[in-house]
Design a protein around this ligand. Structure first.
Ligand code: BGC
Length: 811
């Protein structure tokens, strides 16, 4: 069952009922100011950091769901409704939500009144804008009232949701003209406030939730709206809000338009006040002035469109499969931008309070984003590297606002260091900017202790090389990519963290997965050494890699697949002899991507085992058989009921590893099959089962052991976005950046007869048409570059900036 449709021309997903299985959201904003917005107008805003600079509140486990947001109430006689249906849930005559690239348009119609809410964050400003167009589509004159409503958060979302004895006394606002200023804590250590404004004087306002909604009222029935209108309340503590009241008279066929904004303003310390106790409103007034009229909104929307056109023009596909095209050209890349911005911090599943930016997460996000804005990827790489410890290990997370490592979670996730190599390697392949390796970057944000980025990479590599266990496989530490495989933690008490309890350093528990990573990204590090003329270091690096590769094949191989790990007692995890958790997906993907066992046959066997044991119609599950009991020596992974999350869920992130691995063996049919199974556009028809947005990936789909097999959770913020983009753009369609140029090596299904990729690469545009007249899965027979035979392998050289390179590839 579907709840809408893709409008590819406008690059929108159009939702035609407010009763989606879950709120289906969009992300507005791309650098400083962000808003999460659902299809019914729910959501919240923040500046940079969803925990520390939260502008509006959101209650995740509210009932009914998704009540807080950017709602408009329309009062038409005694009837009250919202164009987005929530929170009154008054039945509408017509409803539509169009989620586009960086904007959302919600339309509701009721009894001859049509209201269109257009919401977006302008490209270069710290505010959310909302243009509201009201039309009388009936044949009688109408007098209606319109009330916008937002509930402020007292900045630190964690405090806001817990420290009530303080919060209930701190809230402060100012009202001036058509604006409501939220200035809680501005008197003390903050230099920022929020402002909600309209481009027209309202008839009334409220800033106290108690007065607008009522102590025992609800957003579904605000007392002011259902009763006698706004009361002009000024909040003193409790819950500050911004609500306004407008009276609108419309003759038949007439339209009226209002513009609202929610802005974030910072003032310099000595410019905080206009007069004692009165905030300096100058920057807010200037902001309001910028968006006074409809033309300014049109202008900003056009700028936003141009911004996205440019971003998405770096990789475009023309092919016969419209679902594939919409994933590659629009939604997968869009999601890559969102994951790059948010890491795993703020979604409808990630509260924005629990996690900052993940070290490994952000490194992987770069793989799917770097081709869009390499400059921002560069900055991010340097920020991440600056949180690395001098010994090469890493904080597992850092806060986006401070860019400092988060010591609550600490370090000891032993895959983290290698992901830095992966990110830098992707950046170098995209840009060729070797100069980044000479940048001086602090360790642990300590300006007194800096080294070049190259030295950071060296320490990443050495960290793993010097932390090998009894089988000469890398030690796992607190966990590797699988945060829930906690072999050294032994958490036995409720409430304690599965990851940070117990000793972080175990001298025994080893990860075959990190072994695969070490071979893959260690190899990339050796290539980087060579490109810097460090051939001796490259050779030494390769020597270490050889040893680990041998260890993987010797003690990491189980006969039919790669083992997962050795636990703290030296027992195999992920082997045939285990009663549960016999086979895991991660080492199969990673080891084959690293090329381990490709020539000697283990790789093909491992992938066959994945197909036989882990495949389901909705994707590949993480492990089998699912764990049925909690096991102290394995940790969080066994805490989930069978079929959920890391315990045999379809953890979408590592499905594309299998796609990449299959492509290494030239299995185009299988690679494409695996790709399609989790790609959201192919799941649109089962939205009632899948439940999350059909335009983005979710972290997890319940596996075959789960009672809700096929149900997805945790949409949007997942490394799946970056990895599926890598898998489709590079492994399947075969356009791969390398240090020396663009490699073309398709690995496709037999019936894919022709496609064209337009790839902007290092300033040139490559128009690559792949023809497959004989229905092959892999292999390139001939390449023509600008009409001439290219006989120098399949890496196209870097062309001068501005060149247009026509490439025809025959398979
Ligand atoms: C984390 C990732 C981790 C994955 C698997 C996600 O929630 O953000 O860092 O690799 O879970 O455990």
């Amino acid at each position: 069952m579907k709840y809408g449709f893709f409008d590819d021309i406008r690059r929108e997903y159009v939702i035609d009922t407010p009763r989606t299985p879950l709120p289906w959201i969009n992300y507005l904003g791309s650098e400083g100011f962000f808003t999460l917005l659902s299809n019914t107008g729910g959501g919240y805003s923040f500046y940079r950091d969803a925990r520390l600079r939260r502008l509006t509140r959101y209650r995740y486990n509210n009932c009914p769901l998704d009540q807080e947001g950017f709602h408009l109430y329309i009062k038409d006689g005694e009837m009250v409704w919202n164009p987005g249906w929530q929170p009154t849930q008054t039945e509408l005559d017509f409803y539509q939500c169009r989620h586009g690239l960086g904007y959302t348009v919600i339309t509701g119609k009721k009894s001859g009144i049509s209201v269109v809410q257009e919401l977006f964050v302008p490209e270069k400003d710290n505010c959310l804008l909302m243009r509201v167009t009201i039309e009388n589509t009936g044949n009688e004159g109408k007098n209606i009232m319109l009330f916008p409503y937002v509930e402020f958060c007292l900045w630190d979302a964690m405090e806001d949701g817990s420290n009530f004895q303080r919060n209930y006394s701190t809230g402060e606002v100012e009202v001036s003209g058509s604006a409501i200023y939220h200035k809680t804590e501005y008197r003390e250590r903050r230099n920022h406030y929020a402002v909600f404004w309209a481009n027209r004087e309202p008839e009334g306002f409220d800033t106290s939730r108690e007065r607008f909604i009522g102590v025992y009222g609800s957003p579904a029935r605000p007392e002011a709206v259902f009763g006698d209108g706004c009361t002009g309340s000024i909040a003193h503590g409790w819950q500050p809000i911004a609500a306004q009241e407008f009276h609108i008279h419309l003759t038949p066929g007439k339209t009226d338009q209002l513009i609202f904004g929610l802005g974030y303003i910072e003032n310099a310390e000595d410019e905080k006040w206009e007069s004692p106790g009165i905030v300096n409103k100058r920057p807010a007034l200037q902001m309001m002035e910028r968006y006074r009229n409809s033309e300014s909104i049109d202008r900003e929307l056009a700028a936003l469109k141009a911004y996205w056109n440019a971003l998405l023009s770096h990789y475009t596909l023309r092919c016969a499969d419209e679902k594939l095209s919409r994933m590659v050209n629009i939604w997968n890349q869009y999601q890559c931008m969102v994951t790059f911005n948010m890491s795993r911090s703020a979604s409808y599943f990630e509260s924005g309070m629990g996690r900052g930016m993940g070290f490994r997460d952000s490194c992987q996000d770069i793989l799917g984003f770097v081709h869009m804005i390499p400059g921002r990827a560069r900055e991010r790489i340097l920020d991440i590297a600056a949180t690395q410890f001098p010994d090469g290990s890493a904080y597992h997370q850092y806060q986006p606002l401070t860019k400092k490592g988060n010591s609550d979670i600490g370090s000891g996730f032993n895959d983290d260091p290698l992901w830095l190599i992966a990110a830098v390697d992707a950046y170098l392949r995209e840009t060729g900017d070797l100069k980044i390796l000479d940048e001086a970057v602090p360790f642990d944000n300590n300006e007194q202790n800096k080294a070049t980025l190259m030295e950071h990479l060296r320490r990443s590599f050495r960290y793993t090389a010097s932390h090998l266990g009894p089988h000469r496989l890398p030690l796992i530490g607190r966990a590797d990519w699988n945060d829930c495989l906690n072999l050294n933690c032994f958490s036995a008490h409720p409430g304690e963290s599965f990851q940070t309890s117990g000793p972080s350093e175990g001298a025994v528990a080893e990860s075959v997965f990190i072994g695969g990573m070490f071979v893959l990204y260690g190899g990339r590090y050796a290539d980087i050494c060579r490109s810097r003329g460090l051939s001796e270091e490259a050779e030494k690096t390769e020597e270490c890699i050889r040893e680990v590769r041998e260890a993987v094949l010797r003690d990491g191989w189980d006969g039919e697949w790669f083992r997962r790990a050795y636990d703290a007692f030296g027992q195999v995890v992920g082997g045939k002899a285990c009663s549960e958790g016999q086979i895991f997906i991660e080492p199969q993907g990673m080891c084959v991507m690293a090329g381990i066992g490709v020539e000697s046959g283990e790789a093909a066997k491992a992938l066959r085992s994945v197909e036989e044991r882990l495949d389901t119609k909705y994707g590949i599950v993480l492990l089998q058989p699912a764990y049925t009991q909690y096991r102290l020596e394995l940790g969080e992974i066994t805490s989930y009921p069978p079929g959920y999350k890391e315990n045999a869920g379809i953890f979408c992130h590592n499905n594309p590893w299998i796609v990449c691995a299959e492509s290494i063996l030239g299995h185009g049919e299988r690679a494409y099959q695996v790709y399609r199974r989790t790609a959201p556009a192919y799941l649109e028809d089962i939205s009632d089962i899948h439940r999350t947005e059909p335009y983005v990936y979710s972290q997890m789909i319940a596996g075959k052991d789960a009672p809700t097999f096929g149900e997805a959770k945790n949409s949007w913020l997942t490394g799946t976005a970056a990895w599926t983009f890598v898998s489709i753009s590079q492994a399947i369609l075969g356009i791969k950046p390398t240090l020396n140029g663009l490699k073309v090596s398709p690995c496709i299904p037999k019936n894919m007869i022709e496609y064209t990729v337009t790839r902007k690469y290092r300033g040139a545009v490559y128009l690559v048409t792949v023809q497959n007249p004989e229905g092959k899965e892999t292999g390139v027979k001939e390449i023509l570059v600008n009409g001439e035979a290219f006989s120098d392998g399949n890496i196209l050289p870097v062309f001068p900036e501005g060149s247009i390179v026509n490439v025809t590839v025959t398979m």
